[in-house]
Ligand binder design. Sequence first.
Ligand code: SAM
Length: 209
Amino acid sequence: MEILYRYFPQLSVKQVELFAQLLPLYTEWNEKINVISRKDIDSLYEKHVVHSLSISKIIDFVPQTAVLDVGTGGGFPGIPLAIMFPEVEFHLVDSIGKKINVVNEVAHELKLNNVKAEHVRAEQIDRKYDFVVSRAVTKMDELYGWVHKKIKKDPINRLPNGIITLKGGDLDEELIKFKNTVIIYDLKDYFTEEFFETKKIVYLPMSVK
Ligand code: SAM
């Protein structure tokens, strides 16, 4: 938890209490359904919570923003972002139903009324959002194909609507098609832990401000 105070000193007492509940909740659920690699549960706050919240370093979503988390698994980055932005609407989807059950349990325990978790493939969704977020699901090309028609045209945030993904490693080839539009943020510029050394936020703006 110390890492959370260090990087996000603006969190309220209520938010800190909610984040504190994540470790016991995920420890319990992970024993039943593996949603976080077992060796990672000890570094839940660094590798999952802070990593998810890194998105808030590049965008401060305004209230009523609609965000789709594609392939949320056990709720990342959607659950930490929903705690960080209580007035933003989050739709968390995954193609595996038992993972969505875990997300629903966690959201229910934390009384997060801005989270809707649904067992559905991203391609099948018929709604529009301001932003799509995603971590460790698929390459940008495929994700773009799944969601580009689901991004609203008129932006309500400071940044244009679009896709925001958390990625690692060498992205040159993956992003070649998007090289004129994509914006890459190195997480090592924000966080000093080794884990963030090669991690990046890849933002593909799509609406026009
Ligand atoms: N985003 C989570 C995280 O970072 O912890 C989970 C990542 S996990 C490696 C990838 C997830 O994407 C899996 O839970 C899988 O079921 C889901 N997934 C893959 N293709 C999908 C699709 N077309 N629609 C929705 N979910 C999908």
